[in-house]
Design a protein around this ligand. Structure first.
Ligand SMILES: [Zn+2]
Length: 55
């Protein structure tokens, strides 16, 4: 633990890592921003929210 990972999409250092869904075909971990974007891209009608604290 404590090792800084980089986002598989934007290459930013990840503060809070998210595991990519298998169907996204992404090898690695994602930052919250990209994870949220992926959710919207793949499941546009479901309104899955991972940043509820922003409401
Ligand atoms: Zn990212």
């Amino acid at each position: 633990m404590g090792k800084k990972e980089k986002c598989a999409i934007c290459s930013e250092t990840i503060e809070l890592s998210f595991k990519a869904m298998e169907e996204w075909k992404i090898d690695g971990t994602l930052c919250g921003k990209c994870y949220s974007k992926q959710l919207h891209d793949y499941y546009p009608g479901e309104h899955v929210r991972v940043n509820k604290h922003l409401d």
